[in-house]
Design a protein around this ligand. Sequence first.
Ligand code: NAD
Ligand code: UDP
Length: 325
Amino acid sequence: MRILITGAAGFLGSHLTDRFLSEGHSVVGVDNLITGSADNIAHLSSESRFEFIEHDVTQYIDVTGELDGVLHFASPASPVDYLELPIQTLKVGSLGTHNALGLAMAKQARFLLASTSEVYGDPLVHPQPENYWGNVNPIGPRGVYDEAKRFAEAMTMAYHRYHNLDTRIVRIFNTYGPRMRPYDGRVVSNFIVQALLGSELTVYGEGGQSRSFCYVTDEVEGIFRLFASSEHNPVNIGNPTEYTILQLAEMVLEAVGSNAGVRHVPLPTDDPKVRQPDITRAREILHWSAKVALSEGLEETIKYFRSLHAMGDLRPPPVLTENQT
Ligand code: NAD
Ligand code: UDP
């Protein structure tokens, strides 16, 4: 197959690119590098089955040749990024999704949308099954991301129903692993970088809010299986084991061997209090569940950040302040 992946220079897009290449397929990666990095795909520079197009997918996507699949992963994805890039986030979720769907139609290709657990907002149902409609504040600071993804899901279903396009929607829950950007402000990268620098870990609020962290190889396996399936409705892919942010901080401090402790800073607006995927559908339809425990995945991720640290250029990561949210 020849597959096009938008956001291919990002964290998930680059791992997904590697996965399709390792299965013998060809990949066209499209990215404008707004939050991604050419370093994530540098190892593919002499791979003849990979081609890279630097392009903003909110503009018409012009690709020659046939395509069998279009996977739309382009979007700022961390709260720090989408608070800094609110209009770009709304545009890539709306115009970018429309362009990617149009491309899939023109090429008669299968389409997969990278959606998110954020469509559930600050959920009132716990854990979250796919038939929960969510609790999103459309005009809050996180609304730019949540509503863009909700629009993207609606647009994808419209192309499926009206144009008969063969579509998939994956709702991705917090994923971590090597190639996360050290400065995108997500909790796993922030805590590891802070621990490696011997600084206090910045816990937002009391740290009693929870997240369920999925290691990147598990996430990619689930997405790969969904793409190969015939399921048109959204499927949650995430690791259901839930941790509080304070528990995560303790695990990171211990794994890195730091005794710097934590520092509490104000909780950002609309920060979800809980988040845990109900993966019944993924188990039934895809025979998928997460395999990598948080302790194991953290070891691998810490190794990656240690290698960046050894090159000498790790600096303190961004921390959301009250006036940013
Ligand atoms: P990332 O920031 O590492 O990757 C996103 C990529 O998209 C970057 O390389 C960026 O440069 C590119 N991009 C953004 N806007 C673009 C545009 N207009 N045109 C072309 N390229 C553009 O983030 P990620 O964690 O790899 O996330 C990838 C996708 O998965 C996103 O759609 C995100 O919403 C979704 N997702 C990720 C997570 C997670 O935990 N990592 C959770 C839920 C959903
Ligand atoms: N968080 C934190 N310290 C940080 C960064 C994040 O305590 O330095 C918290 C944040 O408030 C949230 C959780 O960690 O409750 C996960 O944040 P992240 O930005 O990784 O993603 P989210 O799940 O909120 O989209």
